[in-house]
Design a protein around this ligand. Structure first.
Ligand code: NAP
Length: 246
């Protein structure tokens, strides 16, 4: 499968690695970012320098109008959307649930869960109208099944909702030739692991990784691009850990 692909939160980390890998696999990539235009342009530059196709697309996934504008920009540049990596996500400092205030809970859910809903809904509306199938990868987290006790139960719950959407939407969209899967990254070495107050989280939790090391963003990207590809043509509703056995 190839064509126009939107990747949310692609200015750095896992999203940026997905953009590079997807472009190398033949996708024309919309590199969405929230605040860091320069970082997104750098990702676009790396792709075009290698002969690929990409465009930077600003927008906050939690804002309905921004989400529509992202797809309008993608489709104006590269034609009807056929792929989505629903990747943008945020985390806050480690805290017990009893100490988490409503504002934080809403901030996490706005981006991770409501943002996922808006980004998915717009992609699926457009894919359904085009009638040409499609493929989606949602970025969940090992926090969803593990619960992230004493750290981020809010974040874990926001990703649990993403997993439920993956399962339900896979079944809703299968008759239309649209596949929807998810990845559960484990401890991946990106900026997200450097949340204020989190200390050296990778070092602290390394004992819990059977493979004994943190994952790399490109290792998550490889799984995402494979799930989008025709090599995964009979896979939908799957939730795949990329976590070194965690
Ligand atoms: P990251 O390095 O912190 O990058 C986050 C990206 O999301 C950035 O490009 C950021 O854009 C974008 N973003 C944040 N809020 C946004 C919003 N409201 N609208 C649009 N874009 C937004 O994170 P990462 O480690 O690559 O994580 C990517 C995904 O994998 C997330 O969903 C995360 O929950 C999941 N995950 C990560 C790990 C890990 O260990 N790293 C583990 C499990 C799951 P700007 O820079 O422009 O603000």
């Amino acid at each position: 499968m190839s064509g126009a692909l939107l990747i949310t939160g692609a200015s750095r980390g896992i999203g940026a690695a997905c953009a590079i890998a997807a472009a190398a696999d033949g996708w024309a990539v919309g590199v969405n970012y929230n605040s860091n235009a320069a970082a997104a342009e750098k990702v676009v530059g790396a792709i075009t320098a290698s002969g690929g196709h990409a465009i930077a697309l600003p927008g906050n996934v939690a804002r309905e109008a921004d989400v529509r504008a992202m797809y309008d920009g993608l489709e104006a540049a590269f034609g009807p959307v056929r792929g989505l990596i629903n990747n943008a996500g945020i985390l806050d400092a480690p805290a017990r649930l009893v100490d988490i205030d409503l504002a934080r809970w809403q901030r996490i859910f706005d981006t991770n869960t409501t943002g996922s809903f808006l980004v998915l809904r717009e992609a699926l509306r457009r894919m359904e109208a085009a009638g040409n199938g499609g493929a989606v990868v949602n970025m969940s987290s090992m926090a969803a099944p593990l619960g992230a006790a004493n750290e981020f139960v809010d974040y874990a719950a926001s990703k649990g909702a993403v997993e439920s959407m993956t399962i339900g939407l896979a079944r809703e969209m299968a008759p239309l030739g649209i596949r929807i899967n998810a990845i559960r990254p484990g401890l991946i070495d990106t900026d997200m692991q450097k949340t204020p107050g989190g200390g050296d989280r990778l070092a602290r939790l390394m004992h819990s990784v059977p493979m004994g090391r943190a994952g790399r963003a490109d290792e998550v990207a490889a799984a995402a691009v494979w799930l989008l590809s025709d090599a995964a043509s009979y896979i939908t509703g799957a939730i795949i850990p990329v976590s070194g056995g965690r």
